[in-house]
Design a protein around this ligand. Structure first.
Ligand SMILES: [Zn+2]
Length: 445
């Protein structure tokens, strides 16, 4: 029995010694005894070690094929690869997936791309020069759609735009749609602003047509208190390329009626002596459109088709008209829908949850002083009603009036949309009196 145990113990010892020897040998085999291999040098830098040169060539081919699936152009290796014979421990030699991963980190593929150059700076790389040219053509076509009665005179880019062929890292090449998106929406271009005496966030937001919330977020502000000299970053989105089209056109426009008030000592209250009626005129104009929106319009000819009839009110001199909140309920609702966000607490207007595409109507007669794209406000319209009263309409899907145009109360200005910084279709409606924001509900009747 003891013999047996002794023998068994001897056996265990032998097995153990065997294992140790094998382990030591395998460690020596992979780490100490060196094998002939190739050191791969990428752009003059030692990168990794392989057994055969062909391993690298195969892995490169595989990588190239993976990229070429997305890009149709011919890809070329962008790096200089050299090999040096060496002896390496087997543990350092890589192959297969490991080799592909290492290559992905160290090499890049170059291709002849179409560079889109705006004012001397390359903005985007497309797959070819032809693709870049196609994009410019699409931009021009998109923004030269003329309205009824309009004729296109000329179309140009506001910027100096050029296309060139350039060899570039294939990872930098964009698809047509990606590039189009980038060019038309632009990037958020940051602008520095130094806080001056008398400034507050609302004022700065209003002057730059931004939201207070956006300024606070962009500057990581925790309170609305500003110090003179504080530096703020204002972020405004601007397209990289702007299409300027000149058009000639004619159309029929409304002549809004005027209201005259006569004071009479014999009257009491307010009485309408004569109903007002809008007139009509035919105009011939030349206009400059930037990205499809009229920026400037010059009326060349005007023919009155129907004169407007002045509304005449007779007001007793003893009586003052009841008014609410200073505004006096003088404005018409510009759109119909539930109120989705009230005025106040940094919200400069009233949000009316009207259906997308429904009409936005002028709250009162006045003159359009702005109609076009304005950063976070998207498509934006401003109407000046005189006496310091201004109404503003944001996030419009479309705009059907232009700067300088007279509009009548209730005249369609555009349609409800969700352009600019907006989470869904609605009309953001603002009322300003004497340069400061008012609660629109105090003005709407
Ligand atoms: Zn709003």
């Amino acid at each position: 029995m003891i013999d047996y145990l002794l023998q068994n113990k001897k056996l265990s010892v032998r097995v153990a010694i065997g294992i140790v020897i094998i382990t030591v040998l395998s460690i020596l085999w992979t780490n100490v005894i060196r094998t002939p291999a190739y050191l791969v040098i990428v752009d003059g830098k030692k990168a990794f070690v392989v057994k055969h040169k062909s391993d690298v060539e195969e892995a490169l081919l595989s990588l190239q094929e993976q990229q070429a699936e997305q890009i149709k152009s011919k890809l070329e290796l962008g790096n200089q690869i050299d090999y040096r014979r060496t002896f390496a421990s087997r543990g350092d030699v890589i192959s297969g997936d490991e080799l592909e991963k290492a290559l992905r980190k160290t090499v890049n593929f170059k291709m002849l791309a179409g560079a889109l150059i705006v004012d001397g700076k390359t903005i985007a790389y497309l797959e070819s020069k032809a693709e870049a040219e196609k994009l410019l053509k699409k931009l021009k076509e998109e923004y030269t759609a003329v309205d009824e009665g309009e004729k296109l005179i000329s179309v140009d880019f506001a910027e100096k735009v050029a296309v060139a062929e350039k060899s570039v890292n294939s990872a930098k090449v964009m698809s047509f749609d990606e590039a189009y998106q980038l060019i038309t929406t632009g990037t958020d271009k940051p602008e520095k602003y130094i806080v001056k005496e008398g400034d507050n966030l609302w004022l700065i937001a209003r002057r730059n047509d931004m939201y207070v919330d956006d300024i606070m977020r962009a500057n990581k502000l925790t309170s609305e208190n500003l110090q003179i000299g504080d530096e703020l970053i204002l972020v405004k989105s601007q397209p990289y390329i702007n299409v300027v089209a000149k058009v000639e056109g004619e159309k029929i426009e409304t002549i809004p009626f005027e209201t005259k008030t006569e004071i009479s000592s014999s009257a009491s209250g307010v009485r309408i002596k004569q109903e007002g009626r809008n007139g009509e005129k035919k105009i011939v104009y030349v206009a400059t459109k930037v990205n499809g929106v009229i920026e400037e319009r010059e009326v060349k000819e005007e023919t009155i088709l129907k004169e407007a009839v002045t509304r005449i009110l007779v007001k007793g001199n003893q009586v003052t008209v009841a008014s609410r909140g200073g505004g006096g309920g003088t404005l018409d609702w510009p759109a119909y829908g539930p109120i989705t966000c009230y005025y106040g607490r940094g919200h400069t207007g009233l949000d009316i949850g009207a259906k997308a595409g429904s009409a936005i109507k002028a709250a009162d007669s006045g003159t359009v002083t702005f109609a076009g794209w304005q950063g976070g406000y998207g498509n934006f319209i401003i109407v000046n009603h005189g006496n310091g009263l201004i109404t503003r309409y944001a996030h419009c899907a479309s705009i059907s009036v232009s700067k300088g145009q007279q509009v009548a109360r209730g005249q369609v200005l555009g349609t409800v949309g969700s352009t600019g910084r907006s989470t869904g279709p609605h009309l953001h409606f603002e009322v300003l009196s004497g340069g400061s924001f008012q609660n629109p509900l105090n003005y709407l009747r």
